[in-house]
Design a protein around this ligand. Structure first.
Ligand code: SF4
Length: 352
């Protein structure tokens, strides 16, 4: 299989070109066409030599994953089903926010091995990891579609690794993709613009010092081991004690927080004892709690708490001195909300 052009950091592409007898500076030219101009038609690049073009044509793969379905929610959230070259599909979601922010929720695996009991994706099992070129390709395919269909102002500004898959289970590919997203001569996304969310893979959390310094979110969802194990079987292997000892080793710059995602589920983890538990568990200065009201999906066994309960939960945590936000539910009508991503080609009412 030919190597994907989208799997190379700029430094790696320079080295690769040199190893193939091509000019080092051609890597910068190629990066500029692809990541600055979103132009993937290499024959149309006037400043790139014929030798480099021939190499790309014969030795490399510059095809992007294919968008095979898209859905638009009433709130502006767009959901895409993206097909890789082996026909496997993943879902990616574009979420609009204030100040023209446009966040892309990226998938990092086809399916997921973690099997969280509240998660639609978790019911698929893991099919395979995505390569770095496929992760970057998702971004470029959707970014390019937005530019063409919605105009030059529609630029993706942020990334969250919260789609299908556990990103740290695919550590090296997600790390390489992140380096490519952050490249100054390319997409130039800043470290505060990228967030990686993990279910709590302790050995990989301990390797985060070897990862670009992006935002980290931990899916916590419970303050007690028995309840967390019920929601996230991974807690059997990496319990709260091991998880928090690994979290302490995450290198954090001044004024940065670890975000703790807390899926709020009716009559399960939305009581006073849960507030006390979180208050005991989380260090005040470096923690932020993000409450995610559970999104019900067809067949889900859990329920969403009432709006009053959600607000009470937030206020109670704030009163304990914990910075606490509530994540707005987006894309509910197209099943694009968190935990609802699962390739649904067979579901007719999702098609537009
Ligand atoms: S919530 Fe995330 S880690 Fe858990 S099963 Fe779903 S995709 Fe995997």
């Amino acid at each position: 299989m030919r190597p994907s052009l989208f799997s190379y950091s700029l430094i790696d592409l320079r080295d690769y070109f040199v190893s193939q007898g091509l000019a080092k500076f051609a890597a910068d030219q190629v990066y500029n066409w692809i990541y600055r101009k979103y132009n993937f038609d290499f024959e149309s690049w006037p400043n790139v030599s014929a030798k480099v073009k021939a190499h790309i044509k014969n030795e490399m793969d510059i095809t992007l994953p294919k968008i095979v379905w898209k859905g638009l929610s009433e709130d502006g959230t767009r959901k895409f089903l993206v097909q890789m070259s082996d026909k496997q599909t993943v879902e990616s979601v574009v979420i609009p926010a204030k100040n023209n922010r446009l966040t892309l929720c990226l998938s990092t695996q086809v399916g997921c091995a973690i099997g969280c009991t509240f998660c639609h994706t978790g019911t698929m099992g893991l099919k395979r990891h995505l390569g770095a070129g496929e992760i970057v390709g998702q971004f470029m395919a959707i970014g390019s579609w937005l530019l063409q269909e919605e105009g030059p102002e529609t630029r993706l500004t942020n990334i969250v690794y919260m789609g299908q898959g556990e990103p740290l289970h695919n550590f090296d590919n997600v790390k390489n993709a992140t380096i490519i997203f952050m490249e100054d001569h390319g997409l130039c996304l800043g470290q505060r613009k990228i967030t990686l969310s993990t279910s709590g893979l302790v050995p990989q959390i301990e390797r985060l010092s070897d990862f670009p310094p992006i935002n980290v979110a931990i899916s916590l969802h419970a303050s007690r081991d028995d309840m967390r194990t019920e929601l996230m079987p991974i807690n059997k292997v990496y319990d709260l004690k091991r998880l928090f000892s690994a979290i302490q080793k995450i290198p954090l710059k001044a004024h940065r927080h670890i975000t703790y995602e807390y899926l709020l589920i009716k009559d399960l983890n939305d009581g006073q004892e849960d507030i006390e538990g979180l208050s005991r568990l989380l260090p005040r200065k470096v923690s932020k709690v993000n409450i995610i009201p559970f999104n019900e999906y067809p067949g889900s066994k859990f329920k969403r708490p009432s709006d009053e309960r959600i607000i009470w939960f937030q206020k109670s945590l704030l009163a304990k001195g914990l910075i606490t936000t509530i994540r707005a539910t987006k894309g509910q009508d197209i099943l694009a909300a968190c935990g609802q991503l699962k390739s649904e080609l067979e579901t007719p009412n999702l098609w537009n």
